[in-house]
Write a protein that binds this ligand. Structure first.
Ligand code: HEM
Length: 423
């Protein structure tokens, strides 16, 4: 399975200017033509997967649009889209399968990129679904997979396809986002407050036009990031936090045109070897991305122009510095921004979406007022809760320690006053 992620993987075309950015003194440009670009061939010889071969590249745009990547799944695609989108038990089971897949293939990074690229086409200025783009499963269609920015993502789709077959009531849109959030969490990142029930688009004609995702090497990286992310309704803090996802994974010259063919951190995998990572431990989700792009000391670590902008631009820098210093703050902001990204443009069924996380057991702080030897009975908890609520409080928030003291003082003052009045 890991072979599916090998460097011989499909490349639709090379985007981002085809330049390898080398950190510090040895920065040099490698033109696209000087990079070795493999033929547009799928790494898998499986007949179920359709390769983006050079002959398919020559196909007319209309012909491509009408052809789903996995033709035999078409019935599944339409029936799933017609059904209610959220099946909690299937979603939970799919999550367990994704965890197993991660353990054997180490595909965390590409699954995160898959979820982001499905959602990141959203345009807040367009109201209609699915014209507004976003997390709607459109990235499963060949016409969108062939966008330059999506080079290599066909490999992620191949990993997701068996789950779609096994859990037909889960939509592609949900599977992409479930896979991404699970990958972040399993890599050691924060718990992401996700909801599910995204409806899938039904045909390739509903795919967004090319050019919605950010370019890694635009003339003014900070302005470009703002233009693209503001269009999605995201702000500076969210741009910086989400960029922190590059703590995972690598760039490969034969996919995006960025990164070295291999470094000391990637030559032995895990998973398919090669590429250039942003961090030393590129399968661990932490705040090392911010530390590394700030320092730019290690020539084996990647810094894209859009990464460098996070410390060059004064507004981005405030957040980037904070995240380099404090992983807890990064995790909190990342989890919120990731959840928001995963919902962009999505149409939910039911409209409010569903959670697949078990409810957190009630935190009953009032228990500390018991003897401490045994748990309070439910009746006692209800009684205590009612008493707290009667004074406008809640047992979930411990009262100030001087609360009872204040009552005693008030009673004492009243007693003194009434005795004075009595006299
Ligand atoms: C800020 C603008 C962004 C730019 C310009 C950008 C650009 C890129 C590029 C050029 C690659 C290399 C792809 C390859 O060669 O295989 C990449 C990989 C990646 N990106 Fe981004 N990205 C951006 C934002 C994001 C965001 C918001 C996320 C997730 C929330 C993300 C997650 C990833 C991951 C996990 C990888 C590694 C994929 C792998 O190892 O297979 N990126 N990105």
């Amino acid at each position: 399975m890991a072979d599916m992620l090998s460097s011989s993987a499909t490349v639709a075309s090379v985007g981002g200017g085809g330049r390898v950015l080398l950190p510090s003194a040895t920065k040099r440009a490698v033109t696209r033509s000087s990079l070795h670009l493999p033929s547009l061939r799928s790494s898998s010889s499986s007949s179920s997967s359709r390769s983006l071969s050079s002959s398919s590249r020559q196909m007319s745009f209309q012909k491509l649009q009408s052809r789903p990547l996995f033709q035999k799944r078409r019935a599944v695609v339409s029936s799933a889209s017609a059904a209610a989108a959220a099946d909690v038990s299937q979603l939970k089971a799919a999550r367990e399968d994704i965890k197993e897949l991660l353990k054997t293939t180490f595909c965390h990074p590409i699954l995160v990129r898959l979820g982001w690229h499905d959602a990141g086409t959203y345009d807040k200025n367009i109201e209609e679904w699915p014209q507004r783009g976003g997390a709607n499963g459109s990235l499963r269609f060949e016409v969108e997979l062939k966008h330059a920015a999506n080079a290599g993502l066909v490999n992620a789709l191949k990993l997701i396809e068996p789950m779609k077959t096994k859990y037909p009531d889960v939509t592609y849109a949900d599977l992409f986002q479930l896979a991404s959030a699970t990958a972040v969490e399993e890599a050691g990142g924060p718990k992401i407050p996700m909801k599910y029930g995204r409806v899938d688009v039904t045909g390739p004609e509903q795919c967004p036009v090319e050019g919605k995702l950010p370019d890694a090497g635009p003339p003014s990286p900070a302005a470009h990031l703002r233009e693209v992310f503001y269009r999605m309704g995201l702000d500076d803090k969210e741009i910086v936090a989400l960029s922190g996802a590059h703590t995972l994974g690598r760039a490969r010259p034969e996919r995006s045109g960025w990164g070295k063919p291999e470094t000391k951190y990637t030559k032995d995998g895990p998973g398919a070897p090669g590429g250039q990572s942003w961090t030393v431990k590129w399968l661990k989700f932490d705040n090392s991305y911010f530390k590394d792009i700030k320092e730019q000391k290690d020539e084996d670590l990647l810094v894209l122009p859009t990464d460098a902008a996070l410390f060059d631009d004064p507004s981005f820098k405030v957040y980037a510095e904070k995240y380099a210093e404090d992983q807890d703050v990064f995790f909190k902001d990342y989890a919120e921004a990731h959840a928001k990204l995963s919902n962009l443009g999505a149409k939910f069924d039911p409209p409010e979406g569903v959670s697949i996380d078990d409810p957190v057991p009630e935190k009953f702080v009032a228990a500390k007022y018991s003897s401490g030897k045994r748990e309070l009975s439910e009746t006692m908890k209800q009684k205590i809760r009612a008493e707290y609520q009667a004074v406008g409080g809640s047992p979930d928030k411990p009262l100030q320690s001087n609360y009872f003291l204040n009552i005693i003082i008030a009673v004492a003052v009243l007693a003194i006053l009434s005795s004075l009045v009595g006299n």
